[in-house]
Design a protein around this ligand. Sequence first.
Ligand SMILES: [Zn+2]
Length: 384
Amino acid sequence: MRPLLLSLFSFFYTLQLHAQDLPATRAVAGKLSSETFWGRGYVRQGMEKAAIYLSAEFRNCGLQPLDGNDFTQEFGFPVNTFPGAMHVRIDNKTLVPGKDFIVFPASASLKAESPLGAPDSTGNVYAIQAHRLMVSLRDKLTWAVSREQTNYTGLEILKTAMPQQPATIELDIESRLIADFRAANICGIVKGTSRPDSLLLFTAHYDHLGGMGKDTYFPGANDNASGTAMLLDLARFYARNPQRYSVGFICFAAEEAGLLGSRYYTENPIFPLSKVRFLINLDMVGTGEKGIAVVNATLHPREFAILQQLNDQNNYLPEIRQRGKSANSDHYFFSEKGVPAFFIYTQGGPEAYHDINDRPANLTFTVYENLFRLFTGFYRQLMN
Ligand SMILES: [Zn+2]
């Protein structure tokens, strides 16, 4: 009996481990990166639509609301947005938003026509005092989110898109400060079978930068539709396979606006922070040609050794790079409050970042299944 039982067990266990399937994951990441969600940001209800979609997915996966009531935890903050005009013309060349230029995220609205004047000594910056306008030339465009609106307007133009010896600029930029933008974290749980008061957490932010004008949005496929899709796969797996400990899942909003969703959660925790045994934050996990990096590895050497040992035994990843502390994603405020946490992201492959090229087609998901095995194996060991 015993050998048969064992082999049946391992057969089903293997089946379950393969329960995540990459085409479905790609479809979820593709959907979150689509025009419908408009960069999961601050215009066209992009972030709100994503929150509604994710709450439904949490339910479909078989999660329960973390607070026993509903999946959302709402909060508000000010944010500067670009819902309308986004027109820039240099001499007789009209520049394409996102591709040829981006607007400084804290910009005020401006409609103007003016000589550019001479650049500064670097040759890269034009300051047009009369209109409180600053134009900078860049090798790469990297957009962001601002919580405030300043009293000037900034443009970053790709060097290769700037005409030779430019003379005049004509622009129409509309920005709008929303004083109390409403956002929501999505929080779910699979209750533990014998120690439900101990929690293992997976987190991933689902927001991105949103849109810039009427025609341009930032898909945020790697950052962080990839991590959100992976979190849903892990949720489905744990809902089908409850563990001794509870396993929690939080999709944070407003990471790109300054880790606001995770900060709000750590100030208003639904599950006591002291009961969180470990947290894995997923942010940009859509590649993996060069393995992964682990932020906070040096803070938790014992846990990092478990990751390495699992990798040595199974050859999951080409490399696991250890990093120290960093305030670069949603693990940070948890770490500051004493919650043991790793922030994990993949390395190598296409490197689009905070630009319009962070599209689903650039997600290679090279180590996706092995990363899934590494995480489930790691949490299994932490429970033993
Ligand atoms: Zn991110």
